[in-house]
Design a protein around this ligand. Structure first.
Ligand code: HAM
Length: 430
């Protein structure tokens, strides 16, 4: 039996890996609109685009994000490539940006270096609503100037990103984690306090390697025991306190509302001083729609100059869920503005030219394909959400005209086919 005689084997349909979302139409239009709104806001604030590798040497994250974090110790997609090097799919963007800034000496020019990026990040987390293994972020980093005004700019920019989508059901939480000099004394104080508590073995272990993380324990009995724990904001040095007060003062001036959450624990170890999170109340457990902070010391840690930085990562997936929770839409829901319906081979060829001319003039346009009758083809216009349909049949062809149907006003006018592009441009206000 040769291969042509074998019947084709039936294969099981494949699905995307667990915890990895697809964005297909119409949701993909929302995804695109959200991501572009964030990127657009960043560019408007002078952040330049940086395109980063999706995988890096594993050591970058071990050193940058911190060995004791959940991200590095439990959630990384790490593998050996065929050359025996350990590489990791990026779990976040900041470490990669700093690596690239160092490698390309961007920090030797005008400071601050302001960069924006977007794309997928990978964390092997337990998937649930709003928590994915491939997550999408838009991030910015402002590197090289230790100025609290930059912290305020970055926070205000994130706030503007969410507000530009119409979102209102979120709040901004802010705290200061102090600087590298403030930390050891506070860490000691917190550890001394934790030692007085009847902690289970795992928590005791956490208290020795990363006591700050114990504050994040969500169990009610733990929260009760931790009620009197010393807090970093009460143990800041004068300079860190001044820095924080300047940031909050500037945010007040900019009209950005916030609450101070002294128990905020971020999942990355590089933060110093200002730390913030945007929390949406309509999302259940995975309520963080964006977060960031200052990371003085990270660049040095990664082998560069001792320069400071501040930035954020906004969750595009979660912003989409927030829009859904608030019953808002980020996109127009319109695939194209104009949809052509041509009846007959000759009309189709002429319509193809009109559609091409419209596209060239910057008007979004599509047309029906295949041999559909007028009614079937008009359904295509409807599904595309078009504002105008163009109809071209035999009689229009003979007259040198084309019918322009306004699908909202439900009226129709015949227009000279040679002037239809200009006519639609002016109707669409372009
Ligand atoms: P992050 O807080 O780990 O920060 O992530 C930023 C945002 O990404 C979160 O607020 C959340 O909206 C989204 N996100 C994180 N994990 C998931 C997940 N598993 N599924 C869906 N969305 C998720 C960072 O990554 C830092 N690099 C941000 C930064 C930039 N800090 C300074 N510069």
């Amino acid at each position: 039996m040769n291969s042509s005689e074998t019947t084709q084997k039936k294969f099981k349909a494949l699905s995307a890996p667990k915890g990895v979302p697809d964005y297909v139409p119409p949701t993909s239009a929302e995804f695109f609109a959200v991501r572009n709104a964030f990127i657009g806001a960043a560019h408007t604030a002078g952040y330049e685009h940086i395109e980063l590798p999706v995988f890096e040497e594993t050591a970058l994250y071990a050193r940058g994000v911190g060995e004791s974090t959940d991200i590095v110790s439990k959630e990384m997609y790490t593998f050996e490539d065929r050359g025996g090097r350990s590489v990791t799919l990026r779990p976040e963007g900041t470490a990669g940006v700093i690596r690239a800034v160092n490698e390309h000496n961007l920090d030797r020019g005008q400071l601050p270096v302001k960069l924006a990026y977007s794309g997928p990040f990978f964390r092997y987390e337990r998937p649930q609503a709003g928590r994915y293994r491939q997550l999408q972020q838009v991030g910015v980093e402002a590197i090289g100037v230790d100025d609290p005004a930059l912290d305020a700019e970055v926070v205000a920019l994130a706030d503007r990103c969410f507000r530009s989508l119409g979102l209102t059901g979120f709040r901004l939480e802010l705290t200061s984690l102090g600087d590298w000099d403030d930390r050891p004394a506070y860490r000691q104080k917190l550890q001394d306090f934790l030692r007085t508590l009847p902690l289970d073995e795992e928590t005791q272990h956490r208290a020795t390697i990363n006591p700050l993380r114990v504050l994040d324990d969500k169990r009610p009995e733990m929260q009760e025991m931790l009620a009197d724990a010393p807090l970093m904001v009460d143990n800041l040095s004068d300079s860190s306190r001044e820095h924080f007060e300047t940031v909050t003062g500037l945010l007040d001036d900019l009209g950005v509302e916030y609450t101070i959450n002294p128990r905020m624990v971020r999942g990355l170890d590089y933060y110093t001083k200002t730390c913030f999170e945007f929390v949406h109340d309509g999302l259940g457990a995975q309520s963080g729609i964006g977060g960031g902070g200052r990371y003085d010391g990270l660049m040095k840690q990664l082998g560069g100059q001792d320069l400071s930085g501040v930035g954020f990562g906004l969750g595009v997936d979660r912003a989409l869920l927030a829009l859904e929770a608030e019953k808002l839409q980020a996109s127009s829901g319109r695939r194209v503005d104009v949809y052509g319906v041509a009846l007959g081979a000759q009309a189709k060829a002429r319509m193809a030219k009109v559609i091409n001319d419209l596209r060239q003039a910057g008007v979004s346009a599509d047309m029906s394909y295949g041999d559909r009758g007028l009614k079937g083809a008009m359904k295509g216009a409807d599904r595309a959400g078009a504002l105008y349909a163009l109809v071209l049949g035999e009689s229009e062809l003979n007259n040198g005209t084309i019918a322009v149907k306004d699908l909202q006003a439900h009226d129709q006018t015949d227009v000279d086919i040679t002037s239809v592009v200009g006519e639609l441009q002016s109707r669409l206000g372009q």
